[in-house]
Ligand binder design. Structure first.
Ligand SMILES: [Zn+2]
Length: 395
């Protein structure tokens, strides 16, 4: 299989292909994408059923399948059940070869993950940095992992706290970074397509993979050491003019926490009142195990701080929801560890002061799922032009 990725790179799926394809080439590429999407969404596809589903001739679909096999994206599977005629051979995603690399950057750790084409996690490497993660650490960890799987990694998605335009981390208070050209630094170690996502956007995309319904507009609030928000429409994140849509951590939404001093110098910022560090104390960090979070929740004063945080979150959600009118509001990040009491307080706070004329969308926690899924599917989609990876939630 060695050299297969190079063949893929020279194919219609290659990064340089777009400008070179003529009309016929574009039609062929679209057919290949359609065939790959159908094979990825259903394990019982055969060459014959692919012809029926696409309306193309059997000869054409067969040649599409042959090309996808040669590119290492698809393999022949078992014999399909006979439906009267000659049973066909199933064609399936090749789960054993290509992977995408998702690197989740937190304040004190880097979690590097490989996902196969179906979204299954095949490898996890966590490296911790007690004195904080530096950009060079991210580049080194990514480079090592990609070199350990030669020819097999299709693309890299880096998920980082802070503001990013997809290539540069413009500003992260949590990491202490400013204008870090992270994609360029990582590319020096791993010459692959690289995309950077903000952590709230990444988790919002994961929620879209797990709970996908056409046309759904979702308001997502991420709570951890920091606080950020994202709006997804039909599985896509609203970026904003300067990639700062959802940067609400240092907005003060009023209420009883408005005198709390924030590390940014301001007062009453939602991050100073409702981040998990604000609620659980300085011993909380995004890497803390659930048992550690539970222990902090039992500490003196934690319940009062949680209720204060819920009030601030409810105030923020009233404004953000009034503005975006979402189908639902989903709280992601580490907040689900706060359990039902927090969610109940947010829901009742939201309803108590809900302005006239605004809707009352359901508010829930995120599904329990692999956080690498959203970033993985996002970057795979940007390379292949097909949204693969559709696993279901763990709960
Ligand atoms: Zn602040």
């Amino acid at each position: 299989m060695q050299g297969t990725r190079a063949r893929l790179e020279r194919s219609v799926f290659g990064g340089g292909a777009e400008g070179l394809l003529d009309g016929k080439g574009k039609i062929r590429r679209d057919h290949l994408r359609r065939a790959l999407a159908l094979i990825g969404s259903d394990d019982s596809v055969t060459r014959a059923s692919l012809a029926r589903l696409t309306g193309l001739t059997t000869a054409t679909t067969s040649s599409l399948v042959n090309e996808l096999i040669a590119l290492g994206l698809v393999v022949e599977g078992e014999q399909a059940e006979s439906t009267g005629g000659k049973p066909g051979t199933r064609v399936e995603l090749n789960r054993a070869y290509y992977v995408v690399c998702v690197v989740i950057v937190r304040a004190q750790s880097v979690e590097a993950v490989l996902l196969d084409l179906s979204g299954t996690r095949v490898l996890t490497r966590v490296t911790t940095y007690a004195s904080g993660v530096q950009p060079a650490d991210v580049a080194r960890v990514t480079g090592e992992l990609v070199r350990d799987f030669p020819d097999r990694v299709l693309a890299v998605c880096l998920q980082s706290p802070g503001v990013t335009d997809g290539a540069v981390v413009r500003e992260s208070v949590l990491l202490g970074w400013r204008d870090v050209p992270l994609a360029e630094l990582v590319r020096a170690e791993a010459d692959l397509p690289i995309v950077i996502l903000n952590d709230a956007d990444g988790e919002a995309l994961t929620e879209s993979v797990i709970d996908e319904a056409a046309g759904v507009q979702r308001l997502v609030l991420r709570m951890g050491e920091g606080i950020g928000a994202a709006v997804t429409i039909d599985g896509r994140v609203l970026p904003g003019a300067t990639n700062r849509a959802g940067e609400i951590g240092h907005v003060a939404f009023g209420g009883n926490g408005s005198r709390v001093r924030c590390r940014c110098g301001g007062y009453g910022c939602i991050e100073a009142v409702a981040s998990l560090t604000a609620i659980l104390g300085p011993d909380f960090h995004d890497e803390l195990e659930p048992e550690g979070v539970q222990a902090l929740l039992r500490a003196d004063g934690a319940e009062d701080r949680m209720l204060l945080g819920a009030e601030s979150v409810a105030a923020a959600l009233r404004i953000l929801s009034g503005l975006t009118d979402p189908h639902e509001i989903v709280i992601v990040g580490r907040a689900p560890l706060l359990g039902e009491p927090f969610l109940t307080a947010v829901r009742s706070g939201f309803e108590q002061n809900r302005p006239k004329g605004t809707a009352s969308p359901p508010i829930r926690y995120a599904h329990d799922s692999d956080p690498a899924l959203g970033p993985g599917r996002h970057v795979l989609g940007s390379v292949l032009g097909v949204a693969l990876m559709r696993p279901s939630a763990r709960t």
